[in-house]
Write a protein that binds this ligand. Structure first.
Ligand code: ADP
Ligand code: MG
Length: 645
């Protein structure tokens, strides 16, 4: 049955490793987990069963833009598939939902955020779904490398919508992450299918290099073969710029790429690299998703990778054509702090957690409207951990998400607003006038005071938004919505605030310890005394039958790399350091908690620093070469004395 459908729908003549096993599990009515490297054909594992299963397959993906090609591909094969994304018109959106409810769609692709919307969940309840597919499924595990809080709720939704089977897809999962995924989705461990991590054409190399020598070594490496397509990975945006500049100074054309650059520029660099006009890109990890260039000959880690999963994914972009390619890490221990600081910056303070719980308990209504963005500042918890915290509260059955909406609307007029009003008559004209009367022009955008329009016109909010959307569709204004608000229902207020604070705090602490441990695993891996390829595969649960690759730097040199700190670790004693602490405490004023002081001195951002313009203070980041944990201990020890002085 599978073979026939394979030919008929996809025109493929055979299956790739693992595909048959996974599909058979699904056709036997079981749930499964597929861990295959990128490019190994995970999508087909659901696409083929989807046409054979009685009802619809619901595909959940973190990046809808990447799913566009898949949906186009399915449609070109006459498989009824659709994607719900935010660019659809209301009409198209409804028509897709309609087809899904009538059972006309075989595959529906959505972004995970879609579940937050209660109305969408109501629609889902009216659909018959055979299979839920979760792409990039490692995001569900807090022990994985790309945890997405929203994913944690997927098992709950699966039950809510009575979806009998699930298929999880990922390219990177350690045995622990696999275990976690299987438990959460009730998948039998025997139904997990793992294939080939080992890529025999990748030459793994660890080169111990003092920090100061890195630019020179990199230039040397590039000169060995100038035109070989190369990605140089760095941790910080400014390093990407610096590295590209250093290479340019040495006459090697290279471009920087990071998330701080405008989209068009990023796109053009990516295109130039793909087409071979540019041979070298110095990039942060923002460069990679969707890069499917077959002949990348070198992936050089200028800084330590964040985790072994990251490393594996990043080097996995090299040599897709099967030709030998170099994956080199220029390594020392100097920048360990920078990696650790990302983790420490994500740790909420107990006080922030307690404040949120207090806010919920004291909320007069059962409905709770939160703006994650402003709440982040208020509680001094970064956006990602805040979202995690809100999901924890949902899993604790304290709140339940209802919907989300934008609270701020602004526009740029593309036509005189008086002319827009004149296009209407009678009451409608008055209504449109009220909208513009209650709009305030700032530098580029004009902000609509929706509440004021509601109050004056007596019309519901929805009418105001519909009108604005209409003006936008007519090309009269350029409309923008911002400040997303999440709406929750409070389902339990009678929890013990203190106990719950401790419990949630412990969850975050545990995560932090794990994340720091993950960085140290990278160090251990790079200093392996056995074959690097073997160790890498083993990390992902695969035992390389050959035992060693014979090509990596350990196999070749017959010894492990030893990484050192090449810059001396400065000391934390002396009067001047105490003065620095006192000055920082004074600068932070009311916000001078030990946690904030440590972050401030280590140069780690915190939401409350924004309004204090902390990063512009000459004291900010003055201890950034010290390990965070040491600074924290030192602050906690010396702060009482400073305060009493
Ligand atoms: P992954 O999600 O694992 O990274 P994809 O599912 O995107 O990989 O598949 C990569 C490519 O392999 C796609 O172009 C797909 O059409 C192709 N492919 C998948 N399965 C087969 C097969 N059995 N025979 C031929 N090509 C296949
Ligand atoms: Mg894929």
């Amino acid at each position: 049955m599978l073979d026939q459908a394979l030919e008929r729908y996809f025109g493929f003549t055979g299956l790739k490793p693992g595909q048959k096993q996974v599909m058979e599990k699904i056709m036997q009515g079981r749930s499964s987990l597929a861990v295959f490297p990128t490019g190994a054909g995970k999508s087909l594992c659901y696409q083929l069963p989807a046409v054979l299963l009685p009802h619809m397959t619901l595909v959940v993906s973190p990046l809808l833009s990447l799913m566009k090609d898949q949906v186009d591909f399915l449609q070109s094969r006459s498989i009824p598939a659709a994607r719900l994304d935010s660019t659809l018109s209301a009409e198209d959106y409804m028509s897709i939902l309609d087809r899904a409810k009538k059972g006309e769609l075989k595959i529906l692709v959505i972004a995970v955020e879609r579940f937050k919307n209660e109305r969408f969940r109501q629609h889902l309840k009216q659909m018959r779904i055979s299979l839920m597919v979760v792409d990039e499924a490692h995001c569900i595990s807090e022990w994985g490398h790309n945890f997405r809080p929203d994913y944690l709720k997927l098992p709950v939704y699966r039950h809510e919508f009575g979806i009998p089977q699930v298929l999880l897809l990922t390219a990177t999962a350690t045995p622990r992450v696999m275990q976690d995924m299987c438990v959460r989705f009730e998948i039998d461990r025997d139904d997990a299918v793992v294939t080939g991590f080992h890529r025999p054409n990748l030459v793994l190399q660890v080169s111990p290099v003092p920090e100061a020598d890195k630019p020179r070594i990199l230039v040397k490496r590039m000169l060995e073969s100038r035109e070989a397509p190369t990605i140089v990975y760095v941790t910080l945006q400014k390093t990407a710029e610096k590295v590209a500049q250093n290479l340019a100074d040495a006459g090697i054309e290279a471009r920087a790429y990071h998330a701080g650059m405008p989209n068009e520029q990023r796109e053009s660099i990516q295109n130039d690299f793909m087409s071979g006009r540019v041979h070298c890109v110095a990039a942060t990890i923002a460069f990679g998703m969707g890069i499917d260039k077959k002949d990348i000959r070198r992936v050089i880690h200028y800084d330590l990778p964040k985790s072994i999963e990251n490393y594996s994914q990043e080097i996995g972009r090299a040599g897709r054509d099967g030709i030998e390619s170099l994956c080199e890490v220029l390594a020392n221990k100097d920048n360990l702090n920078i990696l650790e600081n990302f983790v420490y910056g994500d740790m909420p303070e107990k006080q922030g957690i307690a404040e949120l719980l207090g806010l919920i308990a004291a909320n007069a209504e059962d409905e709770l409207h939160l703006s994650p963005y402003s709440l982040s500042g208020q509680l001094n918890i970064r956006l990602l951990p805040l979202k995690t915290l809100l999901v924890y509260l949902e899993l604790e059955k304290i709140i339940e998400s209802r919907s989300s909406y934008y609270s701020r609307y602004s526009f740029q007029p593309l036509k005189d607003t008086r002319d827009i009003s004149s296009a209407f008559q009678g009451e409608r004209r008055e209504f449109v006038r009220a909208i513009f009367r209650h709009s305030q022009a700032k530098r580029t955008w004009t902000y609509v005071d929706v509440a004021a329009v509601e109050a004056e016109s007596g019309s519901p909010r929805q009418r105001v938004l519909t009108a604005l959307e209409y003006f936008h569709e007519q090309g009269w204004i350029l409309l923008r919505s911002s400040d997303s608000m999440d709406v929750f229902q409070i389902v339990n207020r009678r929890f013990d605030q203190q106990v719950m604070t401790e419990k949630l705090y412990a969850l975050f602490k545990n995560k932090q310890v794990h994340e720091i441990g993950r960085i140290h695993l990278v160090l251990r891996f790079l200093q392996s005394n056995a074959c690097l390829s073997f160790n890498l595969a083993r990390y992902f649960g695969e035992i390389m039958p050959e035992g060693s690759c014979g090509m990596c730097s350990v196999c070749r040199d017959e010894r492990s790399a030893t990484l050192e700190r090449t810059k001396k670790l400065p000391s934390l004693s002396g009067r001047d350091k105490l003065d620095l602490l006192a000055g920082s405490a004074e600068f932070l004023g009311r916000e001078a908690s030990p946690a904030n002081l440590t972050r401030f001195l280590c140069g780690v951002g915190a939401p409350v620093f924004t309004k204090l313009k902390a990063s512009r203070s000459p004291l900010f980041g003055r201890l950034q070469n010290h390990p965070f944990a040491r600074v924290q201990e030192w602050v906690e020890k010396n702060l009482p004395e400073i305060i009493s002085a």
